[in-house]
Design a protein around this ligand. Structure first.
Ligand code: COA
Ligand code: MG
Length: 303
């Protein structure tokens, strides 16, 4: 039985800030931060001896602090670990928008958690996000993404984890992420094949905002929807680079208007001042305009 109730809303996921659930001071800052989403981490940023304290901190936080307008995601430890099932209990008590699974290697990792959530009260709208950060995860990205092929699938987004992937493969962090780009593009393609969102990896150096801005630009050009962040100083550039630009919005409006005009009825191709536009461009243009509206709505809820 699947009790999942999908919502058909466009969600901005430009800036996805990660915060260790054990870090009270950082948790208290969240209501004032302009990020689209928050990942509360129970996994690698929380020491083994602090896992229970982190779960309790998170439950207190969710009880007291509604993060209006922002999407909330809890990253749990793997269900195969000693911590995963207690983490999942915390997730069910907190009721975030999504649960983020680390180190997803294969489709069964998604099906297993989906089956568990479907039997629980309180998880009716909860989505699943998946970290793609292992060699097997990258190789199996398309098969994992296929778990999202039905409309009632909970799988909603991939998040790339380059720190783990670099550790597992020995590929260094060169400027421009040279030798990692083929894997990043493979993950983007796999996500898009089944309509998933896809979030670029963190940049560890949160003081070098110049290099970080270039990485946002690169991530956007590669097709990512947003970036996972580790520090509040990284929010503004992600919001800027992953938002539709004013030029892109103008173009989207002109495409929609051109095909809405009576003289375009029955045409699939239009000559727009020396440039071909096709009816297939209308879907993308409409999506961009909806995303701009969703960003405005998020800002209005959390000014
Ligand atoms: N979310 C919310 N607030 C954060 C934050 C975050 N991720 N990271 C830092 N802050 C806050 C700090 O609490 C500090 O607040 P204060 O001025 O009230 O003391 C302020 O921003 C400035 O922080 P700064 O002093 O520059 O850094 P720090 O030493 O406090 O923290 C890190 C640096 C890297 C330890 C911290 O940013 C962090 O833990 N980031 C997340 C790491 C993570 O989640 N990793 C797992 C996924 S890869
Ligand atoms: Mg990781």
């Amino acid at each position: 039985m699947n009790n999942f109730k999908p919502e058909n809303t466009v969600r901005p996921r430009r800036s996805v800030l990660c915060v260790p659930a054990i870090n009270d001071r950082a948790l208290q800052k969240l209501p004032d931060l302009d990020c689209d989403a928050v990942i509360f981490d129970l996994e690698d940023s929380v020491a083994v001896d602090a896992k229970q304290a982190a779960r309790e901190a998170l439950e207190r936080f969710f009880e007291k602090t509604p993060l209006v307008g922002r999407e909330t995601i809890i990253r749990i430890n793997s269900l195969d670990s000693a911590f995963g099932s207690d983490d999942l209990q915390t997730v069910l008590r907190c009721g975030p928008d999504a649960v983020l699974l680390p180190k997803v290697d294969q489709p069964s990792d998604i099906h297993d958690i989906s089956d568990i959530l479907s039997e629980k009260d309180g998880a009716e709208t909860m989505r699943i996000w998946a970290m793609i950060e292992t060699p097997r995860g990258v190789l199996n990205a398309a098969a994992i993404s296929e778990a999202a092929h039905t409309p009632d699938s909970r799988l909603s987004a991939f998040v790339v984890g380059l720190n783990d992937l670099r550790k597992e493969t020995g590929v260094p962090n060169l400027p421009g992420r040279t030798y990692l780009v083929p894997w990043l593009m493979q993950i983007v393609l796999a996500a898009r094949a089944y309509g998933l969102d896809v979030i670029d990896s963190v940049s560890n150096d949160f003081r070098d905002l110049n290099a970080y801005a270039h990485e946002c630009e690169q991530g956007r050009a590669m097709g990512f929807d947003g970036k996972m962040l580790i520090h509040p100083a990284q929010i503004a550039a992600a919001n800027q680079h992953f938002a539709p630009s004013p030029e892109a919005l103008d173009e989207a409006r002109s495409i929609v208007d051109a095909f809405a005009a009576p003289e375009a009825a029955g045409l699939n191709i239009i000559n727009a001042n020396g440039r071909m536009i096709e009816r297939l461009h209308v879907t993308g243009a409409e999506k961009l305009l909806r995303m701009a509206q969703a960003i405005d709505a998020r800002k209005a809820e959390n000014p």
